[in-house]
Every structure is written in C-alpha cells, then in structure tokens.
Design a protein. Sequence first.
Lengths: 247, 224, 491
Amino acid sequence: MRVALFITCFNDTLFPQAGRATVQLLERLGHTVEFPEEQTCCGQMHFNTGYQREALPLIRRFVQVFGQAEVVVAPSASCVGMVREVYPLAAQWFGDQELLAEVEALAPRVYELSEFLVHRLGLEDVGAYYPHRVTYHPTCHSLRFLHVGDAPLRLLRAVRGLDLVELPAAEECCGFGGTFAVKNADTSLDMLSDKVRHVLSTGAEVCVAADNSCLMQIGGALHRQRAGVRTPHLAEILASTEEEAFV
Amino acid sequence: MNSSLDARAAILGRIREALQDGAGRESPETVSVPRTYRQRGTAEREELVERFIERVADYKVNLRRIAEQELPAAINTACAARGIHRLVMPADVPENWLPDNLACSRDEPPLTNEQLDASDGVLTGCALGIAQTGTIVLDGGDWQGRRVLTLLPDYHLCIIFERQIVDLVPEAIANLTEAVRQHQRPITLISGPSATSDIELNRVEGVHGPRTLEVLVVHSVEKS
Amino acid sequence: MTDVPGTTRKRQPLPTFQSSARVALNNTQLRHNLHKATSTIREKRRRAVEEMPDWQELREAGRVIKEQTMLHLDHYLVELETAVQRAGGQVHWARDAEEANALIAQIAEQHHAREVIKVKSLTTDELGLNRALAEHGISAIETDLAELIIQLAGESSSHILVPAIHKNRAEIRELFLRTLDVQQLSDEPGELANAARAHLRKKFLSTPVAVSGANFAVAETGTVCVVESEGNGRMCVTLPKVLISVMGIEKVIPAWQDFEVFLQLLPRSSTAERMNPYTSLWTGVRAGDGPQEFHLVLLDNGRTQVLADAVGRQALHCIRCSACLNICPVYERTGGHAYNSVYPGPIGAILTPQLLGVEQAGTLPYASSLCGACYEVCPVKINIPQVLIYLRGRVVRQQQRGRLRERANPEWLALRWLARTFASRTRYERAQRLARLGQLPFTRGGMIEKLPGELSGWTILRDLPAVPAQSFREWWRERAQTTQTQKEEQP
C-alpha cells in the first residue's frame, strides 16, 4: 500500500526515532511510505485547551494535506483520536458543512500504527525481535477513544524474545492529559507517581506505549528517579529485528 | 400562589426559547426509544424461582420454600424462632394462612404508629417478585395494606407465591402498569432489609426499615 | 465551605480547582478513605454490569429517553403537572433557589412546623435549603446516616452518593459521642448505625412535614420516585402529614415504561448492586395511606440555561449515580471539596460551570486529563470529555472578550504564536531549528531538569528530553537525498 505518514509535530520534533522506526517497519512489510512535507500539527493541543477558533486553520490544513492519501498512519493514538473523534465535532461546532464532509471522508482512512497493522492489515507477527522484559501501558486515547483494543498486546506477544509482563492497574491514566500536566501539576504528578510505581513493580526494563506523550511523562519521571527503565515507542520495538536492534 | 404561576410561565417560556435551535422539535409522539434491551425473560418457572431465592438470599434474607398447605406451620416456625406471639397484618390476610396460636392485630380499624412501632412484626403478601434482582414489590393491593405496615415494625414476614415471580425488571414494570396508571397506587420495591454502606463502605444491615426480612416462597397447585 | 449556587445575586468566582486540589492532596486520611472507597465500588460496579448481557442496549435506551425528554421538556412538565394534580397533589414552579426556599418555608409555616425531616437530596443542597429554613426559624433534620453525620459535624458533602466518605469509623464514633444522647459507643459500624436509628426514629414519628428530592417523575402517570438504601426515605415519604418533593425539571421522564430502563441502570451504576434496598413510588395523595398533602416543586435554577446550549445540555441527562466520580483518577485523589460545588467530579466539572456561568467556575473544565473513563461508565452515555473540551472553548472565549490585561495573558500569546507557526511549513521548520538551538525560552541543551515560569510544574518530578539533533523530516530529506545521489551514481 501507499502509506502517507502522519508523524505529528510532537514526534517530528522531540521523538523522531518513533517516526524512523515506523518507516523502517512499514517498508520492511513491503509498503511504500510517503511523507507529505506540508504537514505540521493536528491542532489537538490548541483545541483541547480551549483555543478552538485558533485550531480551525490547523484542522483545515491537515485535511488539505492528507485529503488525497490512500491511507494515513501515525505513531500516535492521541493525534489520530483528534482526527477521527474531534475533527467532526469541530466542523459541527463551527457550522462548517464542507469541512465536515471532508473530515468524514478522510477519517476512516486515518489509523494509529497498531490498529493499522492488526485491524487493517490483519498482521500480528511483524518479524520483530526484542529480547527484553517489557510492560505495556495502554494510553487513554488508544484504549477509550480509538478502541484499538488489544492490538498492541497482540503485536508485542508475537515479538520473538520479548518477555511481556502485565502492568498492574494498566488502564489508569498516567496523568499527562496535555496541558493538564501543567495546569494541574499536583494532581498530574500524583497520578504519575502511581503509574511509575506500578511500572517499577513489574521489574520490566522497558515500558512501551502507543503514544510518546504518555511516554514522555512516564519516562521523564523514571529518568529523574534514575530507575533504569527505558520508554521506547511501540514502533521502535516492532522495528527491531535480529539483524538490527532499533532500540 | 401567584408567583408560582408567574414562575410557571417564565420557566416554560425559557424552555421554549432554549430549544429554538429546533433540534428534534417534532412532536413527542413520534419519538421512538430503541428498546433492544431484554424485555421478557426466557427462563422456565423452576429456574426462575430458584434464581429469585438465590438472589433474595444474597441480601441476607431468611428464605424458605414451602408448599401451600405448610403455610400456617411455616409462619408458626418463623415466629417461634424469634419469640413472636403477635403479628400485625393487613385486614384481608386470609385466615387459612394463619396458625391457630398466633395472635393477629389486623389493620382494621387502622393501627396507630405507636402500636406498629411497638409491634413484634408484620405479615403481608406482595404484588410480585423479580428474580433478576431478588426484589419484592408491594403495590398496596391484596394482602398488603397500607405502606406504614411494612415500614415501622422491625420484622417483616412476606409471603410470595411462585406464580407471582417474574424474571426481569421490565416484566415487573409492565405488570404494575394498571396499578399505577389506573389506580395511582403507591409502589414499594424491597430488595433485602434496610442497609447502609456509609461507614467506610461496609454494608451495614438495619438502619430504619425492618431490620429483618423473612420470605416464604409458596408453591401452590391451583390459583387461589 | 461550599458556595451555594442558584441565587440570582452576583457571586464571587469559585476558588480555583488547582488551589483546592493542592489542599486536598495533602490530606492523607482523606486520600486513603477515598482510594479505599472508590476502588472497592469500582470493582463491584464492574461485576454488577458484567452480569448484564444487554447493558449497552440499556445505556442507549437511557440516553435516547433523556435526550428526547430534554427536547420536549415543556411538554412533559405540563403533562406531569396535570397528572399530579389529577391525583390530588399540588404543583409549584420555582425559577431559582430563593423562590423554591420561600415556597417550602411557606408550606412548613402554614402547618406551624418548627422542624422538617429531610431525605438526602442534592437538589436541596443546591438550594441551601437548610440555611434558608433556619432563617425562618425552622430546623431541617437530615435523616440519611451520612447526611446526619455531616450535619452533626457542621461540614459539607464530598461525594454525591457517600457524602461522609471522607470520614472513617473512629471519627464518626467520636462525633456521635459528642452530639447524640448516648453514653457508650464502640466504632463498630453496626453500633454506630443503631445509635443513629434510635435518634431518628423519634423524629420520624413526630414531625409533620417532610422534604425530599426526587430521582424520577413520570409525566404520563404523575408518579414520583425516591431511590434509597436505609429506609429513611420511606419514613419521610410515608409518615408525615405533609410531603414536599423538590425536583430539578430535568428529572422528568416521559412514560411509566421508561422507568424500567433507569431502574436497571441506576442501582448497578451507583451502589453497584442488582437493586438498592428500597425504592418508593407514589402518585399524588392516597386516602388513608401516607401524606394527605403532597407538594411537588419544579425547580429551574439555571437548568434552562444549560438546556439552551445544544452541546452542553446533555449534562442534564445525569441520573446522579456517581459512577463517574468513582472511576475518575482526579476525583479519587482530590475528593469532592476540591470542586467547591454541590456537584463534584466529572459530572460536576461540566454541570457546575453551566449552572453558575463559566466565569464563576472556569477552572473546573480543566480539572481533567480527558482520560475518558467517565464516559465509559456513564449509564446514560453523557459524553463528558466532549463537553469538557467544549466548555474549555467557552472559558477561553469568555476570557478573550475580557479586559486587555486578561487578553494579553501569556498562555494565549504563546498558543497564538504557536498556531501561526504551525500554519506554515517554513515557519514550523524554522521554529524546530530554533528549538534545537535553544533560542526558545523553554528549552536548553542536554537533558532538561528545570523549565522556567508557568511550565516549571512539568519539571518538579520529571526530566525532559532535549530536542534531538535531527528532526524526523530532516532525517527523511537526508535519506531521500542519499537515495537520489545513489541513483545518480549508478551506471
């Protein structure tokens, strides 16, 4: 397939390795990856913080940039959630029927990476090798807004050499919530502390997730604690093979 | 009250103004609610009765299953176990339910609240039972009397016939339609004795209603 | 002390959620109690719901019934009024708390009542009824165990369903010894309940006027419903001569059959039982059985304001189960007082700002990480995350209409700059390079351990990765160049 990569401003700038891994993985699986360079940001931060009028041009831009793509894949459940769940709302709230139609045409073709692999391509074994003890944090967006279900877990279980340990209270929010982490820092840190405690209780070397936003939150705390636990993105693990460890 | 009429007009006006965006302003009669949830149970009678018994017992209610002719003896046993010699009851409780040596205070003329409060317990029938939730329903109809009868005494002995048990909540609501629509009868749903889970979320039995609820589930061959 | 909404006087904005949360987060007893209570009930609720094969169908039916009721609210309220009157009850309408309280006081005074007994009702809390009655020299006696506890302690509720969730048994024992007519008392929950029972029974048997709320009222038949556990509700709606029920106008449901949906949704979502111990339904008055005078007070108090908002009005669908409170990671940690409202938790975060106005409660829509757990458990499918985002938009727009000083706030300036940057590829890529060069005021080279100003909250306990040397798109372009060069070099 011709896959248009939606890297997200976040990954593009702060976590390019997740993008590189996604490209490597998809190419290994025989797909052609395109990168529409006009993409910038989906507008989630603005929209969810309440600056909805300001986000509207970004929404229109996204629809224009990706409108002709056969399929769009992003290593980010939260940004895909924005496109699929919130873009239609935005169009409705601003009474833009044309935008609504464009969004409704595009949204079904926009996927988060794990749901693309499992639900769209029907794959579980992507040929990955990653001999480490790993625990998986299901991000709120992937769990409750995109309903990726157990797609990431099925992918991880098929990774050779990987020792998957269950994360206690996995479905509890890590406390990031975008600007919530700054506006309600105390409560956010409280939630983060519990998440970190649960991660450490698994004895895993690695905590993985489908969103770098959560991983930045969790990894940031783990790093501060010098806990010796890494937080790569799911794509990075799936991109690792016996020949070449990605991470 | 004048201000209430003004308020009425004002509130209705506000509502109409609030809904001016016209969303779904078609007539209420055209509204259709998707009733794809279960409306009728499919269980056989025996399964139904067993489920009812199991779920009522879950609420820590004493429960016995008996044949109709055993009713007086069963009532006797229940009272004896608690040292009860006198029960209050609705005026229309059938004589053939009652054991000989039980003193009965029928609610005709109506007993006072003090008498009810001081009584050892109350005996009633009920309107129906719901197996799904272990619920007993009173509608003030036959063998039930006024609401206060089952409220003030500390012990409630309730008779339910197996044929009165339905499976699901929607069936119970359907069965109560006439009582509510035509007769405006008050309904009380009872699921276990009074309880609170306020103190550290421990369910503590017995705050204000009858602290002991006992149920006799009666198998009867013919309708009575 | 909880602010009392519902009066038409201009109020001070509520204290910010952030400041109240900080206080609550430091209260370890509260947090311990809350965590224990909410995690217990979460698990119970999950099991109660799992038992139901048609739970999703019930939720959808509940949602549609509520949605359609709101869209024809005037019709159903008039129908309800007619049915109640036909059955011998009286119906009053109250635009706000002042009118409602005056009505109730007037009825009580007509019967020369110095005391009224009350069933727990959030609506009466919203009205500040007890305080209003006290001004008329009338004592309102709470009869729910938890409400009794709070009343005796002089505090306010911290949870819709379990108002004294912030008190443990030792604290309650101590309180009862101090305030009730009892000499000895252990802290066994059974004994504590007994003490309350004896104290209240005297009241039930002697007080002529009772005030209740209403969980539902059926328009078709004029039937009002109270759902409870302890039996004090039954006492209050059966024993007195006069019963006054105060009901938010959104509580009406169209038909008797509709009740079958909510009777299933509510108990499993709230106390996580198949059915709560007692549910009482009555229609008007009935000769020889129960109160001989029944007054239904229909209350607006800001609800029509909520109704006017096409997105926000779904907050009126709430059936007060508190499932959202019990699942919310924020509520679990901060408790109800942090919301400074009669309605706390996720539902409170969308209802309170709409009832009071966004300028009064502007921090509440931000008291959420948007995790979506509340939406998953809401029995009537209120899309709380969606309404939170929507209300944030209203908060921001309201700020933007404010004075110049407010409009020049750093957050708006930063986000406006960012939006402009994102609107053009060249500006965006330049900003990326600038970030890396450390010229943006937010980043430095190496691992970032302290962010300045507003963002410093991030680095209290977290390190931040430095901006990598090469962005994704730079890598992509380099790779494309390399491939291109390779192609050109091949014969």
